[in-house]
Design a binder for this molecule. Structure first.
Ligand code: FAD
Ligand code: A2P
Length: 281
């Protein structure tokens, strides 16, 4: 994809004065940054006044590349649609064109944010149901962070189950903090109580619950551990976000339970979105 945009022209400076900071196209200001691990960080930015989105959608964000052109990547908005600010949860790919630079942003810096949200992980893409499953690996939790803070999620469903799987415990911390903060949230705290089942697992380090999401669904372990009935296409709805291989394998498992994949244009029992393109690092 190429982005042909007019670049800002630096104003002429009187001798001895510092050059004015060139403003990025579609610039938003970084408000805070939190590093969770060597591979993961989250940050909050100002929200463009023109941006309307549905919780669960993604936008293109980025920085100016070395060639002076915007270097943009798809990012799920991790904050809910009602929030005045925007949050993102990001990987740090050591040689990644964008994230090798993005990981160094500081409060006060600017990023580019194209205010054109899209995505399939939205309530409108699912038929009505009574239980909603969020199935994520790694940064795939980002759209569900948004949806967990969305009142519509709790109005529409009697039970919400978040399954989040990472290799190691430290990679689960963003999700753990989010889940524990939900209960104290003035907007949705009361709605969440008794409805949320959180099932974090690791695959390469011991923790309370272990194993891949696919295995824990097919073996029935997650249903037994949470004391829930197995999935039923009449009752259960699911949203999936992970690597291509994960999405492919979970889709098969959900189809095995009799659920069908839907889209914005044709709501069904589950929807899928890529957390990233590629094989992982
Ligand atoms: P790239 O050249 O884009 O990627 C290099 C390689 O790094 C990829 O081939 C892949 O193997 C690996 N990689 C890239 N992203 C990830 C990741 N998130 N987790 C594990 N491995 C990865 N990334 C986020 O960090 N947070 C998000 O919320 C997010 N939302 C996305 C939503 C959509 C719909 C899509 C398609 C992608 C999303 N991504 C997200 C991935 C993001 O677009 C970039 O790929 C990522 O920021 C790395 O950019 P890069 O230029 O540094 O490296
Ligand atoms: P595993 O450690 O068994 O590969 P990654 O860091 O490679 O993106 O993986 C994130 C998590 O997703 C890991 O816990 C990994 O388990 C799991 N995972 C990767 N691929 C699949 C898949 N095809 N099906 C289910 N889980 C997967």
């Amino acid at each position: 994809m190429t982005y042909a945009v007019a670049m800002p022209v630096a104003p002429q400076q009187p001798a001895g004065e510092k050059p004015a900071k060139a403003h990025l196209p579609d610039a938003q200001t970084v408000l805070s940054v939190h590093h969770w691990t060597e591979r993961l960080f989250s940050f909050r930015v100002t929200r463009p006044k023109s941006l309307r989105f549905r919780s669960g959608e993604f936008v293109m964000i980025g920085l100016l590349g070395d060639n002076g052109k915007p270097l943009l990547r798809a990012y799920s908005i991790a904050s809910p649609a009602w929030d005045d600010e925007l949050e993102f949860y990001s990987i740090k790919v050591p040689d990644g064109p964008l994230t090798s630079k993005l990981q160094h942003i500081q409060p006060g810096d600017e990023i580019i944010l194209r205010p054109k949200p899209v995505g399939t992980l939205v309530h409108d893409a699912l038929l009505p149901g009574s239980r909603l499953w969020f199935l994520a690996t790694g940064t795939g939790i980002a759209p569900f962070a948004s949806l967990l803070c969305e009142p519509e999620t709790w109005e529409k469903y009697g039970q919400v189950i978040l399954m989040h799987t990472c290799r190691e415990q430290a990679e689960l911390e963003y999700g753990r903090r989010l889940v524990s903060s939900l209960h104290d949230d003035p907007l949705i705290g009361d709605m969440v109580d008794g409805k949320l089942h959180y099932y974090p697992t690791t695959t390469r380090e011991p923790s309370e619950h272990m194993g891949r999401i696919t295995d824990n669904l097919t073996s029935g372990k997650v249903f037994a551990d949470l004391d829930l009935a197995p999935m039923d296409p009449e009752e259960d709805r699911a949203m999936v976000c992970g690597s291509l291989a994960f999405n492919h394998d979970v889709k098969k498992v959900l189809e095995g339970f009799g659920l069908h994949e839907g889209a914005n244009s044709e709501p069904q029992e589950f929807v899928v979105e890529k957390a990233f393109v590629g094989d992982g690092i």
